[in-house]
Design a protein around this ligand. Sequence first.
Ligand SMILES: Cc1cc2nc3c(=O)[nH]c(=O)nc-3n(C[C@H](O)[C@H](O)[C@H](O)COP(=O)(O)OP(=O)(O)OC[C@H]3O[C@@H](n4cnc5c(N)ncnc54)[C@H](O)[C@@H]3O)c2cc1C
Length: 459
Amino acid sequence: MAAIAHPLHSLLTSKTPNHSSPRFTPTPKLTISASSFSNKHLSSRKLTAAVIGGGPAGSSAAEALASGGIETYLFERAPTSAKPCGGAIPLCMLDEFSIPPDLIDRKVTHMKIISPSNLTVDFGKTLKSHEYISMVRREVLDSYLRSRAESKGVTLVKSLVTSLDVPTSPNYPYMVNYTVNNKFKSLPVDVVVGADGANSRVAKSIHAGDYACAIAFQERIRLPDDKMMYYENLAEMYVGDDVSPDFYAWVFPKCDHVAVGTGTVCSKPNIKMYQQGIRSRVLPKIAGGKVIKVEAHPIPEHPRPVRVRGRVALVGDAAGYVTKCSGEGIYFAAKSGRMCGEAIVKASEGGERMVNESDLKREYLKRWDSEYITTFRFLDLLQHVFYGNNAAREALVELCGDEYVQRMTFESYLYKRLAKGNRWEDLKMVSSTIGSLIRCNLVGKEMELFDPNVVAKFV
Ligand SMILES: Cc1cc2nc3c(=O)[nH]c(=O)nc-3n(C[C@H](O)[C@H](O)[C@H](O)COP(=O)(O)OP(=O)(O)OC[C@H]3O[C@@H](n4cnc5c(N)ncnc54)[C@H](O)[C@@H]3O)c2cc1C
């Protein structure tokens, strides 16, 4: 792996660093020497980790690391701003990540899906009385998760990481280069977790390769009270060529406004046209509303070719953990961050030993892939079948009317576990899927992809 050209690199290879370099700011708390790296056991100090990015992935990784005895630094460049996001999270995240109820803006119990011909299905009919989809504002959730990580001993560094120097020898530290008040600083660390989102600099530093990205566009619109009432506990998903050629558009309710947005991979230059499309579809419901924020951001479409290299691991969007079809990434970001943090704690025996690439692959990547890769592949397949054209979207909405389909879908979404099916109902579901596709004239190439054996794994 090529080392990144950087003035600080000399610090790693030279025994007499040039302290007059304008970018060098000694970091008194940390003394990582080459000799301490050559020992597997860290006798006089704890393993030190830098987590780059303080979104759900980064905060969860940092919290797990610090709780497990690792000296942890969490870098976040914009702690007060809001990540562009719909903010829908599944029920299991509240329990697994102990999210306090007062962070939730809305509890959605009705989820309408609306076809190109305006066929509307309430997808949430089978939800039980205690079940709902939580709608949060990311500025609220992210700041809570960061503060909690701090309370576990994480040092939060409010700063932009400008680059990461990768050592030329496995026995040397990584250098995290960052700016505070226009001053350049550097921090030597043993391990790096790249949680810096879809435009990850950490991924670039380790040559992790690229992935295709969708672009998502969203407007936050404050509605008059009577119009907001309509979205009290309701979210809407719209499908159609007018709102996106390969994804869906949404209206998600927040405390005092709705988030109206859409996304596309294959037609990014036209994103504003699709946003106009969703605005037109919902116009009567948002009339009189005031746009309070306009935001856009890439959404990764696939995991990166490389997610672990050396002592660097990527998590969340930086790793590419967003499901196709639903565009869900918050839970997977938090989960992958925690899993990676726990993996480092385990491999380092609570910060006592140095870790290496095979530790990270074994304890983090292998576990992640065995738990989630099939789900990601399945949702990829569904997107291919159902979002391709308007006839397929009509079939999708028709299918969503089936109560068994709803129950299975929500079980998997809300609890992130494969729902226990009923063989007879499963067979009926596969045949009604095929029936819907046939009715919508979709038997053909797409049908070859819809292999009942693959479906059977999930039901
Ligand atoms: C419009 C839109 C709507 C979405 N809606 C939903 C939804 O409803 N539900 C859902 O589950 N998912 C949704 N997603 C996906 C979800 O937002 C992401 O999957 C999730 O935010 C990933 O979390 P993360 O922590 O990996 O990355 P991010 O949330 O992107 O966090 C990365 C953090 O790193 C910081 N950072 C980046 N570079 C640096 C640097 N060099 N130095 C220091 N800090 C840095 C950033 O400021 C940011 O805080 C949506 C995405 C978009 C774009």
